[in-house]
Design a protein around this ligand. Structure first.
Ligand code: NAP
Length: 496
């Protein structure tokens, strides 16, 4: 059988980057899944020190190759060396953070529930709750984070810390970089005496190799960062298996920013500049990009909101986004702009842009139309935003409710406690995984309290996060041991 050839391109010029690569064959996908299952046997029983050593060594391998990796990533994605160096730092930081968690024994935490004498419901046997790793994880790399959500990104790091093996589906937007990063792994594994199948890379179309991988009986979970449409398709694959498996999809999001009249009047120019910078950052290719800006017009506030819209339009017009990651994303952006205008949004800033880079897009719509037209609530991936004019707080709450699910909601000007602000916070918390009260949602800190995942359509599993310490919990399944023998309890949560 002839294997399909895959060609990567330079994002700025569209020229081919490197020689064509071969797509992974169906047999090779199956072999990767089986090798991951074999590697899982010993890795799932490894101790925290071994997991920490691997994760730290992977961080070091990335850092040691920084200059070449960043130069290659820049050619392939056009994201620029400053952003890419920062992203590599973040990726190494994530790997080391999960290394520390493994070293501290967090995957092996146990909850002791000693026996209580007497009959039920009060009396019960001795019970211990601990967790076991799920098994081999199929990981789908993101397009827009070639390091931090890709081969050695947060999903891989958290799955390894949990005790899972990983088969990575490379993203077609940075195939050469993905191969280069994956090329660092075998040496690290070999030095530690770990099986090569513990972390492996496959490549090819999502509907082909991606679906085959996720359908393989040896795969126990899926982790995905990408579009709502792609995530929904793969979630259906995970659910349609004879044995359905958890599928952790981080998807698209419109990230509403509600700017209350008081702060708009007081700080309009500053907020306009901040928002414009956030929308154009990375050419808007962030799942947390502020895509919907809600203003509340009353008789007294409409004029200052109008002034803010003018300032915001001017500030965004001055932004010069760089090239998008792939021609496909650029086409999707241009088509999305067209659809938004066709759906009734009034364009405030709409130029086609150059062949190399898009121009920012800004439009305005009233809340009634935004609530009525589902097309206006779809994520437009790129440097774009939609201003929604509500005529009351109640209507602004309806706007949030119509959004339904978002990674973030930002509330500007809710500093004082009041009935209105409590209602707004409730409305925001009902639909978002993270609620911000200052700044902009782009930038997702890797911390213990982080929550990157909200109700559908922003993620498939809103009670989990793909960023921060709790990302590891996705790959651990609770088990209760009842009246366990002393030898088993002595293992302190370590799988046997
Ligand atoms: P995408 O088109 O969904 O692609 C992501 C991966 O899924 C690729 O490997 C792709 O394979 C595969 N795929 C797509 N559709 C599929 C299908 N129907 N069946 C099987 N596999 C499929 O996403 P993208 O365009 O790369 O990324 C942009 C989107 O990602 C935006 O919507 C953005 O908001 C979202 N995003 C979300 C987050 C988050 O954390 N929530 C972070 C970054 C980006 P191919 O190689 O064949 O394309």
């Amino acid at each position: 059988m002839t294997l399909k050839k895959l060609q990567s391109f330079k994002a700025r010029t569209g020229e081919p980057l490197g020689a064509p690569l071969l797509a992974t064959s169906a047999e090779q996908v199956d072999a990767a899944a089986i090798a991951a299952a074999d590697a899982f046997v010993s890795w799932s029983a490894s101790n925290g020190a071994t997991r920490a050593a691997l994760l730290s060594a992977l961080a070091k391998a990335l850092e040691d190759d920084r200059d070449d990796l960043v130069a290659l990533a820049d050619e392939e994605t056009a994201l620029g060396p400053i952003r890419l160096n920062g992203e590599l730092d973040r990726t190494a930081f994530q790997l080391r953070r999960f290394a520390d968690m493994a070293e501290r024994g967090e995957p092996f935490d146990v909850l002791n529930d000693p026996a209580v004498a007497g009959g039920p419901p009060v009396g019960h046997p001795a019970m211990v709750r601990q967790r076991v790793p799920l098994g081999p994880v199929a990981m789908f790399s993101a397009s827009n984070f070639p390091f931090a959500f890709s081969v050695l990104g947060g999903d891989t790091a958290s799955a390894l810390a949990a005790g899972c093996s990983v088969v990575i589906k490379a993203h077609s937007g940075h195939l050469v970089l993905s191969n280069r990063v994956a090329g660092l792994i075998p040496e690290v594994l070999k030095k530690m005496g770990l099986p090569a199948g513990l972390i492996s890379l496959i490549q090819g179309s999502g509907t082909d190799v991606g679906v085959r991988l996720l359908s393989h009986p040896a795969i126990a979970a899926g982790a995905f960062t990408g579009s709502t449409r792609g995530g929904a398709a793969l979630q259906a694959v995970a659910n349609a298996r004879p044995r359905p498996i958890p599928f952790y999809g981080e998807l698209g999001s419109v990230n509403p920013v509600v700017a209350l009249p008081g702060i708009v009047a007081a700080k309009g120019a500053e907020l306009a500049a901040t928002l414009a910078g956030s929308i154009a950052l990375g050419c808007g290719q962030f799942c947390t990009s502020p895509g919907v800006i809600v203003l509340i017009d009353s008789a007294t506030d409409k004029a200052s909101n109008d002034t803010f819209v003018e300032l915001f339009t001017t500030a965004l017009a001055g932004q010069k986004p760089h090239a998008m990651l792939t021609p496909g994303m650029r086409q999707a952006f241009d088509a999305g702009v067209h659809h938004m205008v066709a759906a009734g949004a009034q364009a405030l800033l709409q130029e086609v842009g150059t062949a190399e880079a898009p121009h920012p897009f800004l439009a305005q719509v009233d809340a009634v139309n935004f609530i009525a037209r589902a097309e206006l609530r779809e994520e437009l991936f790129g440097p774009a935003s939609l201003i929604v004019r509500a005529d009351s707080l109640a209507e602004a709450l309806e706007v949030l409710s119509a959004v339904g699910g978002s990674l973030t909601v930002t509330l500007w000007g809710a500093e004082q406690e009041s009935d209105d602000n409590r209602a707004l916070v409730r409305g925001a918390m009902n639909i978002a995984g993270r609620v911000l009260f200052s700044g902009v949602p782009t930038g997702v800190a890797v911390t213990a309290a982080q929550q990157h995942g909200g109700p559908w359509p922003s993620s498939t599993q809103p009670m989990t996060t793909s960023v921060g310490d709790a990302a590891m919990d996705r790959f651990l399944r609770p088990v209760c041991l009842q009246d366990a023998p002393a030898w088993l309890l002595a293992r302190q949560g370590q799988p046997c």
